[in-house]
Design a protein around this ligand. Structure first.
Ligand code: ADP
Ligand code: MG
Length: 692
């Protein structure tokens, strides 16, 4: 028996009673393919149908099971035609009301019929009522027993009723009794067995602490979250091991070249930059592929650190690819690296989706024959026909948009003779430590925890849009003192066209209100040359007020700009606001950021904007953002699916992480087979990323 239960649990759901091809298809659409997937399809919430409430004790606003006798059923022609059915049970009475009903239904509810109903009690026209309760007719000899556990309500989609879920999950749960799911975690790691935890959450006892379950903190949930996080961690560890199973080019540090480069920068590296650079330099000489994440607040100077790494690779005779998430950022890096590297005689090329025809062919050739040492680009870099003569280092400026598997694709562009390229990932916004432990468990982490000297914290003000005039006066006053100002327009729409339009309107209004100030406009719809022209004029101080869409979020660097107005900041995530705000506070002047919000402001929006006022620390803001929006949004990976857990939730279960890491390490060392089983159980087909 145990063997067959284990076989059943990993067999297709179609093996269950009541599952035909059509239903199997619907289940597959929800990611449920094997019987065990049903076990991990956990209820969203529960109903209590374990007690019958006497009608005399019913209170409006609660859900209840009642039993009683029909006294009268009639069609009422009030404001809306309805079937009204009066019931009583000796302690009191209640009215059932149906707005949709059939003639047969009315006939079945004849006086004297005994019913058991479940529904929400509300106060209606005739006292306490239930609208459209679920009901069954009671056979007086042998009434069905009431439920002995809370009734689960499953997440579902069209065509799959709660009754269906209960039947299917019920069948799957039966396999548990026969030891279908072996324990894979050491017995000491949790107080509850896996099968106990699953049974409990599918059918909690009547006295289950429902609030605790809603908070995700019930021991049964903690048990499952722990195992899920361990499985996730193991899968990333496995990825890391696979990566490191192959050797990588050894790139010796060329001190002279490095000194020559840093001497030309016009500033000294901060201690934090030097430390992180040294960590990277060591990785590059180790002979194992580097897998390193560099985190640092906006403006902390990550790019220079990346450039030092690139130089080490190039001077050792290898090629470097720098991948940015957007065309604008790619362009930005392209210009920066050109300025730094061309004087050193290094050949650079760029490659984005916009590069076509002959120009593209020429670039590809230079990468393939090795005459170009460095390429800056976007996703276009991992297209099939892009080949490298000797790719030694991949730098990804992540900005939260690439998933693990995308990163891997680029590292596959190495070649067998020289080994796997080193990988350096830079995140544009800090990630809460707990989240990094989970999402980047396959990477080593370096933090640039220091800003270049002389930066002043930006003071942030919240002003509601009815006081827009005062804000415009403030802009005028700042301009009169020779300061430069950003005015940022935000729209929910991702559409460049609508964003551009909003910025054009705001720009026209400001030109009218402030005729004496030179105003420039920049948005995503402008041609690159036009955009560059406006930006250059702003940099040179010829434009004093720059009206812009969020295109300036990335990488604009104008130290004389010391005031930023952000319209409708409530539309943006905190990380994005923090990025935007990072455009001011780069000079020696005290800087201000005005968040010009639309009223009324919801409670969450209010706390988000307050977090901006409270702090200039990107790590603090990232923590708050995660609390308020959840980890999926913060990482920007909601769509890519890499952070979709079944039970675990980083914001609720962060305290489990130290245990998770320890367990994962022990398992990986002691029993690779068990580790693999765990990964398969929890990640299922998602594990395909690991085999890239
Ligand atoms: P981020 O970490 O946000 O990517 P950047 O690399 O774009 O930051 O650097 C922001 C600005 O700071 C750039 O103008 C850069 O040249 C400058 N910068 C970087 N490091 C230093 C330093 N040690 N001292 C002074 N300025 C620096
Ligand atoms: Mg950057």
């Amino acid at each position: 028996m145990p063997k067959s239960a284990q076989q059943l649990v990993t067999s297709p759901v179609a093996n269950l009673r009541g599952v035909g091809p059509r239903m199997a298809e619907k289940l597959a659409a929800l990611g449920i393919e094997q019987v065990q997937d049903l076990l991990f399809h956990l209820p969203l919430r529960y109903q209590d149908r374990t007690r019958i409430t006497p009608m005399g004790a019913l209170a409006a606003g609660s859900d209840a099971v009642i039993e009683g006798e029909v006294r009268l059923a009639d069609v009422s022609f009030g404001r809306r035609r309805s079937l009204v059915c009066k019931m009583q049970d000796g302690t009191g009475s209640i009215t059932l009301r149906f707005f949709h009903f059939s003639g047969a239904q009315k006939n079945n509810l004849s006086p004297g019929t005994r019913l058991r109903c479940y529904g929400e009690v509300r106060r209606g026209a005739s006292g306490l009522e239930m609208y459209h309760p679920e009901y069954t007719q009671l056979d007086s000899d042998q009434p069905d027993p009431v439920a002995t556990s809370l009734t689960p309500i499953y997440p579902t989609s069209a065509g799959l009723t709660q009754a269906t879920w209960r039947k299917l999950c019920g069948q799957a749960l039966q396999t548990l009794a026969h030891g279908a799911l072996p324990e894979l975690l050491p017995a000491t790691s949790s107080s509850m067995a896996l099968h106990e935890a699953l049974s409990y959450l599918h059918n909690p006892p009547p006295d289950a602490p429902q609030q605790l379950i809603r908070d995700g903190r019930h021991p049964a949930q903690l048990r499952l979250a722990l195992e899920e996080l361990v499985a996730h961690n193991l899968s990333l560890e496995k990825l890391r091991r696979q990566q490191r199973a192959v050797g990588a080019p050894i790139m010796n540090t060329d001190r002279t070249a490095l000194n020559e480069f840093t001497a030309g920068l016009g500033f000294n590296l901060t201690a934090a930059q030097q430390r992180v650079s040294a960590e990277i330099a060591e990785d590059l000489t180790s002979g194992l592929p580097m897998l390193r994440l560099v985190q640092g607040d906006v403006g902390s100077g990550k790019t220079v650190v990346a450039a030092c790494a690139a130089l080490q690779a190039i001077r050792s005779g290898y090629q470097v690819a720098i991948m940015a998430p957007t065309e604008i950022l790619a362009e930005q890096h392209w210009q920066g690296f050109q300025q730094w590297f061309e004087p050193l005689g290094i050949k650079l090329v760029w490659l984005t989706g916009r590069l076509k025809g002959k120009a593209r062919a020429a670039t590809l050739e230079q990468l393939a024959d090795g005459s170009a040492a460095l390429v800056v680009g976007t996703h276009a870099l991992f297209q099939q026909d892009v080949a490298f003569a000797g790719l030694g280092l991949v730098i990804v400026d992540e900005q939260h948009r690439f998933g693990v598997h995308q990163r891997l694709l680029l590292s596959e562009k190495g070649n067998a003779q020289i080994g796997r390229p080193h990988q350096l990932v830079m995140t544009a916004t800090p990630i809460p430590r707990t989240l990094a432990m989970v999402a980047y468990a396959d990477l080593d982490c370096s933090i640039i925890d220091e800003l270049p000297p002389g930066r002043q914290p930006v003071q942030t003000l919240l002003i509601d849009s009815s006081r827009r005039d005062q804000v415009v006066e403030r802009v005028a006053a700042a301009a009169a003192q020779g300061r430069q100002v950003y005015w940022v327009c935000t729209l929910i729409e991702e559409s460049d066209a609508l964003q551009a339009q909003a910025a054009e309107v705001a720009c026209a209004e400001l030109r009218e209100a402030l005729p004496e100030i030179p105003i420039g406009l920049v948005h995503g719809r402008l041609k690159p040359a036009e955009k560059a022209g406006v930006m250059a004029a702003f940099k040179a101080g010829q434009v004093q007020l720059l009206v812009a869409t969020t295109v300036i979020e990335v990488g604009v660097d104008v130290p004389n700009a010391s005031l930023m107005i952000i319209e409708n900041p409530e539309r943006l995530g905190l990380a994005q606001l923090h990025q935007l705000r990072g455009r001011v506070g780069r000079g020696t002047e005290a800087s201000h950021c005005v968040l010009l919000y639309q009223t009324p402001l919801g409670k969450t929006s209010k706390s988000r904007l307050s977090a901006m006022r409270e702090s200039n620390d990107g790590f603090y803001i990232a923590e708050r953002d995660m609390e308020l929006r959840g980890p999926g949004e913060v990482l920007g990976t909601r769509q890519t699916g890499i952070m979709e857990f079944r039970v675990a939730d980083i914001s609720l279960h962060a305290d489990l992480l130290p245990t998770v890491q320890q367990l994962a390490r022990e398992l990986a060392e002691s029993d690779a087979r068990v580790a693999d089983q765990l990964v398969r159980r929890w990640l299922g087909s998602a594990e395909r990323f690991a085999s890239v």
